[in-house]
Write a protein that binds this ligand. Structure first.
Ligand code: HAM
Length: 430
């Protein structure tokens, strides 16, 4: 019976894993230099962690199950709620802000398509303890530094759910109603927004104002909204947004103001942002990063801690990240024991010792199939190894090994110590 992998999941071959490793290393490197520390949370959590506040869209997509002890569990659809849960469980007295980053797989029962999977990977960061414009600007700038390290060109859209929520609260909309409007906005279904607001009794001019806000784009959007008296000049949301935009300029990050960003998760309270691939390779699923300010801590039994974070979709980045092919080739050494029957032991012992020494600094193989000399070299060629170290009875008798350059075919008989020194010098340089 042939068993296929589950829909929406993927297998990753070594070349893809090497590419992903490079992406991860670069992300980790930048995050560490910006003073963030790595953490990890479990792959599954109690369902309530996500049902409490992540929002209806996520709930419909959740992989939920009961374990043998009848507990309701869920595979994590995202990592912000688990990270805040962990913070409250483990560290709530820690000095603020706490700056963390993480890598992890997430699970969402979505319709699979290019760039959208049921199991996908995120790299995210959270600043726990601050949602100030300074924290927001640092995070966005960090995201752009990561993209720079990956050579990915991208476009930033910044919005503020607080503004829209403020406007809706003004017409006495309750939180549930506001969440519904935000969800329709996230789908960019403006017609549905108009109909829904009509249903809850919001009338003409106000609908026009809201749609005007949602449609505003570009640097002068806030000024336009103010000129039309749609937003109050003393609104906290506006002051926060204006300072953020100024700080982004200090960090030299270009932005488009887009008040129509609603995000698919319900926990955001203030600034929200999305980053889209500018290269056009991803098609419809071109959002490579999303984040914003939120408050989840009080919900999970902590004090009300303002926080800000974002997550990149690693699968989408892997699709657009181009890496020099030579980075992906794993050239190494093959140690070739020539095991004549009467010298099996000595040759194998020497070969294992040499391989162990070489494995201290270079990927090294040794025959595991009891193959002949020519079959071992053929295998080395298919793997594109750079050198072979031949260990046979003759070499042993002279206290030497044969070092063969598999690219040029040149070979020489040299002592074990010289062989290690030559390979070390070569791989340090290459
Ligand atoms: P999110 O926008 O739902 O935010 O996901 C973040 C990123 O994960 C997206 O921008 C996208 O690149 C990637 N992504 C989402 N769904 C899929 C999928 N089905 N297949 C492939 N990639 C996907 C969050 O999850 C928030 N926790 C971000 C955050 C952190 N907000 C505050 N802190």
């Amino acid at each position: 019976m042939r068993i296929e992998r589950a829909r929406g999941t993927r297998d990753f071959l070594p070349a893809e894993m090497r590419k992903r490793r490079i992406i991860e290393e670069r992300m980790r490197d930048v995050a560490e230099r910006w003073g963030y520390e790595e953490i990890r949370t479990p792959t599954f959590e109690r369902s309530e962690l996500f049902t409490l506040k992540s929002g209806e869209a996520i709930l419909k997509e959740m992989y939920e199950f009961k374990d043998k002890g009848d507990r309701h569990l869920a595979l994590r659809p995202e990592l912000t709620a688990p990270v805040i849960r962990m913070y409250i469980n483990e560290l709530k007295m820690a000095p603020k802000p706490t700056k963390w980053y993480y890598f992890g797989n997430c699970f969402r029962y979505e319709e699979p398509q290019k760039g959208r999977f049921r199991e996908f990977w995120q790299f995210g960061t959270e600043i726990i303890g601050s949602d100030s414009p300074e924290a927001q600007a640092e995070l966005i700038a960090l995201a752009f530094n990561i993209l720079k390290s990956l050579g990915v060109k991208a476009e930033l859209h910044v919005g503020h759910v607080g503004l829209i929520r403020e406007r809706l609260r003004f017409v006495h909309a309750d939180e549930e109603t506001i969440n519904t409007v935000m969800r329709l906005m996230d789908k960019k279904d403006w017609q549905a927004v108009i109909e829904f607001m009509g249903d809850i009794g919001v009338k003409g001019e106000l609908i026009d104002d809201l749609l005007f806000l949602l449609d505003l784009k570009g640097k002068d959007a806030l000024k336009e909204a103010r000129d039309r008296n749609i937003i109050a000049p003393d609104s906290d949301a506006i002051k926060e947004l204006e300072l953020l935009l100024e700080l982004l300029e200090y960090y030299s990050v270009d932005y488009t103001l887009n008040l129509g960003i609603a995000r698919g998760l319900d926990y955001y309270t203030g600034m929200v942002f999305e980053i889209y691939d500018a290269g056009g390779m991803l098609g419809a699923q071109n959002q490579i990063c999303g984040g914003g300010s939120y408050r989840l801590a009080a919900l999970f039994g902590g004090e009300d801690i303002p926080s800000t974070g974002f997550a990149f979709g690693i699968d989408r980045l892997a699709e657009i990240f181009s890496v020099d092919d030579t980075d992906l080739e794993r050239r190494g050494v093959v140690v070739v024991p020539i095991r004549d029957k009467d010298a099996y032991r000595e040759v194998t012992k020497e070969a294992v010792e040499i391989a162990s020494r070489l494995r201290e600094f270079v990927p090294t193989h040794i025959d595991l199939m009891n193959r002949s000399l020519s079959a071992q070299l053929k295998y080395a060629n298919t793997r594109q190894d750079s050198f072979a170290v031949l260990v046979g009875k003759n070499e042993l008798g002279e206290g030497k090994v044969t070092l063969r350059n598999l690219n040029t075919g040149e070979q020489e008989k040299i002592s074990f110590v010289d062989c290690v020194a030559k390979l070390k010098a070569y791989f340090d340089l290459n």
